[in-house]
Design a protein around this ligand. Structure first.
Ligand code: CUA
Length: 349
């Protein structure tokens, strides 16, 4: 009887370990994940696969024991007797304390190895300052003095993000790069990433930061070194006639459409505007602003008032709203044509 039990346990352990090993090394979980667009993505996914293998073994073991016990020790018909009084089993308790402890230590060592590889120092990275504020991301390239609301990166070159926040805590996250870091007011946190795949990926804010949190999204464009240099040379705007003009970056079109500017710059995160899909409550509502704008400031036409509200938002604050909440960087972020288009569009609302 004893030999049979030991034999069963050995066979079971071997089966479980084989299943776990196969999951960790052979099963392709990449379908569950966003694209692997950086060196860090591959490393993080490797750790994820390994944890998945471990989790499968533990799941099968625990659930298997549970199902076995439920069937094997179920109450038989007519059995009204008490169950046996058991006062624990020291050997069992030592085993099921030791095994998880060993697993946790192994996971720590492996995670540490992965982290060391991700944080390996790099030579002369491209420095990009990332500024989070309610509810937009802005990116500054100190070497070239460019400021932009979209993040452009050259492929295969390490980039060091210096992340900060102007108001509350945000979190800079590109799922395709697998890494994220909090943006905290009053301090600069660094994150180094090497993008490896050309493409456009979403930037998310991963820390609840207010009513517009869900709308605090941006875009990272990973491009060739030449495209990146051309973009920088054009002051952080897609040069007219370049290959990227043909794609869907309407915000940088030579004749921008005001509604598109409103949508692409995320104005709806803070402002209610039915036509532009905005539902924000942080700033004044913009439905009917075309008529209201005329009456706000004496001596200013509706157009002048709207332009001033975008480029110098603190010069007049609508009653009931706070000063200094709206970013005053739109003159840098938008082209003059985009501001014109936005003013024209708002006048019709
Ligand atoms: Cu910024 Cu959430």
């Amino acid at each position: 009887m004893r030999e049979r039990t030991i034999f069963t346990l050995v066979v079971l352990s071997l089966v479980l370990l084989t299943v776990g090993f196969l999951v960790a090394t052979r099963v392709d979980l990449s379908g569950l994940m966003p694209e692997q667009a950086a060196t860090s993505s591959v490393l993080v996914d490797r750790l994820f696969n390994y944890l998945m293998g471990l989790a499968v073994v533990i799941f099968l073991l625990v659930e298997g024991a549970l199902v076995y016990a439920v069937i094997r020790f179920r109450r038989r018909k007519g059995d009204e007797s008490e169950g046996p009084a058991i006062h624990g089993n020291n050997t069992l308790e030592i085993i099921w304390t030791l095994i998880p402890a060993i697993i946790v230590v192994v996971i720590s060592i492996y995670s540490y190895q992965i982290l060391t590889q991700i944080e390996k120092p790099v030579n002369s990275p491209l420095v990009v300052r990332v500024v989070g504020q309610q509810f937009i991301w802005t990116f500054e390239y100190p070497e070239s003095g460019v400021t932009s609301s979209s993040l452009h990166l050259p492929v295969d070159r390490p980039v060091q993000f210096q992340i900060e926040a102007k108001d509350v805590i945000h979190s800079f996250w590109v799922p395709e790069f697998r890494l994220k870091r909090d943006a905290t007011p009053g301090q600069i946190d660094e994150l180094t990433i090497t993008p490896t795949q050309l493409g456009r990926y979403p930037i998310r804010c991963a820390e609840l930061c207010g009513a517009g949190h869900a709308a605090m999204v941006g875009e990272v464009v990973v491009e060739t070194e030449q495209q990146f240099t051309a973009w920088l040379a054009a002051g952080g705007r897609d040069p007219i006639g370049s290959a990227s003009e043909a794609d869907d970056s309407v915000a940088f079109d030579s004749t921008p459409d005001g509604r598109t500017v409103f949508v692409e710059f995320g104005c709806g995160a803070c402002h209610l505007l039915s036509d532009g899909g905005g539902a924000g409550i942080v700033g004044p509502a913009l439905d009917g602003i075309g008529d209201l704008a005329e009456e706000r400031v004496g001596g200013e036409t509706a157009g002048e008032y709207l332009r001033q509200s975008i480029t110098a938002p603190n010069s007049y604050i609508v009653e009931g709203f706070a000063e200094g909440v709206m970013p005053s960087t739109y003159t840098e972020l938008m082209t003059p044509e985009q501001i014109d288009a936005l003013v024209e569009y708002l006048l019709t609302q």
